[in-house]
Design a protein around this ligand. Structure first.
Ligand code: 5GP
Length: 212
């Protein structure tokens, strides 16, 4: 039996641990294509162009938008981020699953274009915990931490638009849950090409003479 490609969208407030969860899930589930986003933000130390992001300038990013080459895009804390559309479409059409790790504004756009996607919201255990995590990861200034915490309230209200919520109070537990969601979605009957496979099998039966 063959299956359709499934689009998994991991999303949630900034600093909630989406990236860490995604990386750990991908260590366990290797047959998953991961979209690499384009961004206008500067590479951080250790980040590699084409592996972590496609680092582009404003002009190039605008070209991608104008040519409709992005499935979604958003301004996240003063930098542009977007998902290259062709990579996603090609893999889904080949029956490959694709994972996106994007912010909430972007997830809404994907929902409009790909409502059949599986939308997973990663939630912080609490705002206090998120505040501690943002401070501990050392990527953000105090002002940007305050901005992110203020946004988090609105972001939590968007939970109702998602299919699943995973609270990240323990990394291993959260990773197990995301893996379980992926496994369950992969077993859903609606994700199998029943009609196409049935036509194929009746064709085979007819051609080898074993049919009725
Ligand atoms: P960072 O700059 O820390 O890697 O990512 C900042 C935020 O941008 C994170 O919340 C991340 O999920 C989000 N992000 C990364 N790639 C994309 C993308 O292609 N589209 C959107 N909408 N958000 C993205």
């Amino acid at each position: 039996m063959t299956r359709k490609g499934i689009l998994f969208i991991i999303s949630g407030p900034s600093g909630v641990g989406k990236g860490t969860i995604k990386d750990a899930v991908l260590e366990k589930i290797t047959d998953m294509q991961v979209s690499i986003s384009a961004t206008t933000r500067e590479p951080r130390s250790g980040e590699i162009n084409g592996r972590d992001y496609f680092f582009v300038d404003q002009h190039r990013f605008q070209q991608l938008i104008d040519k409709d080459e992005l499935l979604e895009y958003a301004n996240v804390y003063n930098n542009m981020y977007g998902t290259p559309r062709q990579f996603v479409e090609e893999n889904l059409n080949r029956g490959q699953d694709v994972m996106l790790e994007i912010d909430i504004q972007g997830a809404f756009q994907v929902k409009l274009r790909k409502p059949e996607g599986v939308f997973i919201f990663i939630a912080p255990p609490s705002i206090e915990e998120l505040s501690l995590r943002l401070a501990a990861r050392g990527k953000d200034t105090q002002k940007s931490i305050e901005l992110r915490l203020a946004a988090c309230k609105w972001e939590m209200e968007q939970l109702k638009h998602y299919d699943y919520v995973v609270v990240n109070n323990d990394l291993k537990n959260a990773v197990d849950k995301v893996c379980s969601i992926i496994t369950a979605e992969r077993c859903k009957v609606k994700n199998f090409n029943l009609e196409r496979d049935m036509i194929d099998s009746s064709f085979n039966q007819g051609s080898n003479g074993s049919g009725p």
